[in-house]
Design a protein around this ligand. Structure first.
Ligand code: NCD
Length: 310
């Protein structure tokens, strides 16, 4: 992929070469994300963030990335209630119109495939900030960057992904991106009703990856190099009662952390509800707040590459 001028809609569109290039620019961006150095690389560029679903990290980290590189931001985080979509405007038309105002768009929406619909109308690059339960490429990318930085051999490791694997777009993005690595072993821990979609499992198996599906969290802990924790995705359930059936099944506690290897890492896209006990935060193997900083640097790199300034 060229990056320049391209839409970033799916985690499937990245090759190993693309990932290596993106991660190398991400490392260059770390001092700016860390507020240690200043840059005007994206001066005069405008980012539009169109959010139809709640967000803390994704929207603010894109906006921070843009602002810290000297760019500007126009933003609506209540699109579902306050944009012309409420009057019946199509995503296609919204994409066309927003292209007049901005140089690049980041969009989040509860429906799978919705970001692509907007991108069809847009004449500027569109980045998927999460579309329904389907995909969340930039979160998957920053997770992988964190793995690369912390795992000894990032071509050969075991990742245990635990939680709501059916609905977690982050878990899906991680699997799609990790297909680019050589010897990754996948262990999926979930209740039967919340299993990883079968298309993702079959694709990994077809490509020769080892995949284990289990309900046994305790048994999976000692083998893992990366523990990826996902929240039960409340907003994807039909009712509160339905959600409550699954909430609280898998909870990482300091007691359970003792079962992990000394050089294993724990990642989570956050937000957490109850799946990672706050007392785990003191353990240096827990990288979820470090991930937030990587998120800004990675989004700086992506904006710069897509806008053709890197
Ligand atoms: C994730 C998301 O929105 O899918 N959050 C994020 O972007 N950091 C994960 C989640 O909401 O559980």
């Amino acid at each position: 992929m060229n990056f320049k001028g391209e839409n970033i809609l799916s985690s499937d569109q990245f090759s190993r070469r693309d990932l290596d290039r993106l991660f190398s620019v991400t490392s260059e961006m770390l001092p700016f994300a860390d507020k240690k150095e200043r840059s005007n690389l994206l001066e005069d560029k405008i980012l539009a963030t169109l959010f139809f679903e709640p967000s803390t990290r994704t929207r603010f980290s894109f906006e921070t990335a843009m602002l810290r590189l000297g760019g500007r931001v126009i933003s609506n985080h209540t699109m579902e209630a306050t944009s012309c979509i409420t009057k019946g405007e199509t995503l296609y038309d919204t994409g066309k119109v927003m292209s007049t105002f901005a140089d690049i768009i980041v969009m989040r929406h509860p429906e799978s495939g919705s970001v692509e619909k907007l991108a069809l109308g847009a004449t500027i690059p569109v980045i998927n900030g999460g579309d329904g339960a389907s995909d969340h490429p930039t979160q998957g990318l920053l997770d992988l960057y964190t793995i690369q930085k912390n795992v000894k051999n990032s071509d050969s490791f075991t990742i245990v992904i635990v939680g709501d694997l059916k609905n977690s777009r982050v878990a899906h993005a991680q699997c799609r991106l990790l297909k680019n690595y050589r010897d990754v072993k996948f262990v999926f821990v979930s209740l039967k009703a919340l299993k990883m979609p079968s298309e993702i499992v079959s694709e990994l198996k077809e490509k020769g990856f080892s995949v284990t599906e289990t309900e046994d969290f305790l048994g999976a802990l000692p083998v893992c190099d990366v523990l990826s924790v996902t929240r039960v995705q409340k907003e994807r359930f039909s009712s509160e009662e339905e959600y409550k059936k699954f909430k609280g099944t898998y909870v990482l506690t300091p007691e359970l952390l003792k079962k992990l290897k000394s050089d294993a890492i724990v990642i989570s896209p956050l937000p957490r509800v109850d799946e990672i006990h706050q007392d785990c935060d003191k353990d240096s193997r827990c990288k979820y707040f470090e991930q937030v900083k990587h998120g800004v640097a990675l989004r700086m790199a992506l904006l710069a590459l897509v806008l053709g300034l890197k």
